[in-house]
Write a protein that binds this ligand. Sequence first.
Ligand code: AMP
Ligand code: TRP
Length: 337
Amino acid sequence: MVETSSPRVLSGIAPSGVPTLGNYLGAMRNWVRLQDGYDCLYCIVDQHAITNWQNPAELRDNTRIMAAVLIACGIDPEKHILFHQSAVPAHARLAWIFNCVARVGWLNRMTQFKDKAGKDREAASTGLYVYPNLMAADVHAYHATLVPVGDDQRQHLELANDIAEKFNHDYGVKFFPRIEALITPESARVMSLRDATKKMSKSDSSDQSRINLMDDADSIALKIRRAKTDPLPLPETFAELKDRPEAINLLGIYAAITNATPAEALTQFAGGGFGPFKEKLAEALISHLTPISEQAKKLLADPAFIDTTLQSGARRAACVANPIVDEAERIIGFLPR
Ligand code: AMP
Ligand code: TRP
């Protein structure tokens, strides 16, 4: 068993678009906070991104934008490790082993595959089907034990534990540790501005459905003004918001961004209509997000800096992952490399 000194944190995000306010409140903000207590690895999962078609030039741009936004949000690429997945082949090596450990029946139960493949499952890539095995490899290649993710990833992390347990059992070793999901509370789930029953997503076809972390002040203001709402005034208590998903979503965003509870946020606007509330919401978002997008834009003016930062992260990541994956290959009977 490779010893780890303090628990290691690892998480991943796909560069399948520009990161959104949902990614920020549901993931990135926690990633930044975890840096104070743990050694963290944050991986831009380009290999996961291509499970759905990506235009190559856009994939390159989106990978750099993701890195720039993460650094602008406060990820420290020197104290911690920020890298792109394809630059560390240990992920793909371990994923292949896990393809041979995980069972077809296990993958058939993955609800995200069913959602993402949609009606025409036969036309989905085989990569999309085995995606959870690659995600398990992302974590186990580092013996990371703490994995901050949104609630939608819970099932994938349970699978990662099942894979580790079967590997350990089949080869009679105690090699891969159990991992613990650090799940952001359901309240941190940000919904689409056009349809509050759907998650805000960087890959949604409508740009009006989301706030992108690169949006300027005018687009933020416009998107919030146009966000779908209902004609009723805002009530006194949160309980009265039941069945008003748009209002719940916008108040939740306001609360999260101003570090208040949703109930506290509501008291400021109770009895009023959405107009004045939306103005305050747009103001709060602009003052919080504009420094991030401006910093990201500055970083993106020097793509070579982003590339060398990610490459240096990848080299350091490989130093952790290679001995672990070498040992996994030794355990299963591969000759040394
Ligand atoms: P993805 O955008 O699917 O690559 O997700 C990257 C991370 O952001 C994961 O931990 C997700 O759970 C989180 N995330 C994505 N969209 C949202 C959202 N609308 N609200 C909250 N968290 C989200
Ligand atoms: N599948 C995750 C998502 O869609 C992203 C991801 C890939 C990930 N590899 C990971 C998250 C490893 C945590 C750990 O959000």
